[in-house]
Design a protein around this ligand. Structure first.
Ligand SMILES: Cc1cc2nc3c(=O)[nH]c(=O)nc-3n(C[C@H](O)[C@H](O)[C@H](O)COP(=O)(O)O)c2cc1C
Length: 350
């Protein structure tokens, strides 16, 4: 058990905010598998104060997801503060997270996301305004800095701590790097020395062993998992067991993978409607259904389906087929390969 402010967190493995991915159903599945804390994808502070319906929908969550943080982005301190207050009063999450890490030009051009790392006085103003506006803990997610000539994570973290921020997540790549090169875990260790509030390390964790290695090498309090959780919510269970006992659970069987995918479809249908849910699930499907013999044939059977009833029926059929082929049903594999450098999503490759 560890804490962010008064919020008690059971596991040191946290689900990263991911635009177009970490909606309510996926967050729920990750919590069930042992993620200690989950975040919404980044939500526009401007959209919130305008009470834009789509924006407000992005913040909805279920009680079972707690503890949960809502992540906001913007460039104007007063707007961010006002939106944070609105969120605290209406959505009532456990944490507000400030996005100071988004490298997408559409966002940074406005001075939001990781562009704020070029203007530490503005970052300070934003952090103080938001901390002042709400009574729940405010966390911040930062990158290493704007480019290799401007690595400011330790100094930014210290300033954020002084501004009243309750915990910091560091993804130690620069904005310019996007997802290229390697996350510089050494910078997490350096930042750890600069602050006393909890530090969450993030970047390039591919396995439970990597998670432990990041904690051992950097002294970070917790790890945040992004891309390795895609189609693989079991990563949280693996990390928890490895941190607690030094062992790793058996990899998931193919039939359980398909069953979870089927359940995920139903959760999406309830969350965003049957038609949207059916088409949206194809992205997750492609992550769940890979790495086993005949995977692409299964994906082909599902990709062209547009209607919920047909998708539901086809997944049921696959489950039945697997039940009559125990060898294939029991096939297991663990996601271990490289992480996709850039996962396409609805927000222009976050
Ligand atoms: C599809 C996608 C969407 C993302 N969206 C967000 C986001 O909304 N907010 C945020 O702070 N980071 C976002 N990120 C960055 C991740 O939270 C994380 O910092 C990054 O993927 C590095 O961690 P990893 O190596 O474990 O994937 C996104 C990453 C991906 C791949």
């Amino acid at each position: 058990m560890w804490k962010i402010g008064p919020i008690e967190i059971e596991s040191r493995a946290i689900l990263a905010p991911m635009a177009g991915v970490t909606g309510h159903p996926f967050r729920m599945l990750c919590r069930e598998q042992g993620a200690g804390l989950v975040y919404t994808e980044f939500v526009s502070a401007n959209g919130i104060i305008r009470e834009n319906e789509k924006t407000l929908d992005m913040m909805k969550f279920k009680e079972a997801e707690r503890p949960i943080g809502v992540q906001i982005f913007g460039e104007t301190p007063a707007v961010l503060a006002q939106s944070a207050k609105y969120i605290e009063e209406t959505v009532k999450p456990d944490i507000i997270d400030l996005n100071f890490g988004c490298p997408v030009p559409k966002v940074t051009k406005r001075g939001a996301g990781s562009a704020i790392l070029k203007d530490l006085p503005l970052m300070d103003e934003v952090a103080k305004a938001v901390v002042e506006a709400v009574s729940i803990p405010v966390t911040a997610k930062i990158r290493a800095g704007w480019n290799s000539g401007c690595i400011i994570a330790p100094a930014a973290a210290e300033a954020l701590q002084d501004a009243g921020i309750a915990a910091i997540t560091l993804h130690p790549r620069t904005t310019k790097q996007l997802y290229t090169g390697e996350a510089d875990w050494g910078l997490i260790a350096e930042t750890r020395k600069a602050i006393s509030i909890p530090l969450i390390g993030n970047g390039d964790i591919k396995s439970a062993q990597d998670a432990k290695r990041m904690m051992d090498e950097t002294g970070c309090d917790a790890v945040m998992i992004g891309r390795r959780a895609l189609g693989n919510p079991w990563i949280f269970k693996e990390i928890n067991e490895y941190l607690e006992k030094g062992t790793i659970p058996e990899p998931i069987r193919l039939i359980d993978r398909v069953k979870l995918c089927h359940r995920h479809l139903h959760m999406e249908a309830l969350s965003i409607g049957q038609f949207r849910g059916t088409n949206y699930i194809k992205k997750h499907l492609s992550w769940y259904l890979k790495g086993f013999p005949g995977a692409s044939a299964y994906r082909q059977r599902l990709y062209s389906i547009m209607e919920f009833a047909a998708m539901d029926g086809e997944l049921n059929k696959i489950i039945e087929e697997l039940e009559s082929d125990r060898e294939l049903a029991n096939y297991t594999y663990r996601e271990e390969g490289p992480l996709f450098p850039n996962v396409p999503n609805s927000r222009d490759n976050y």
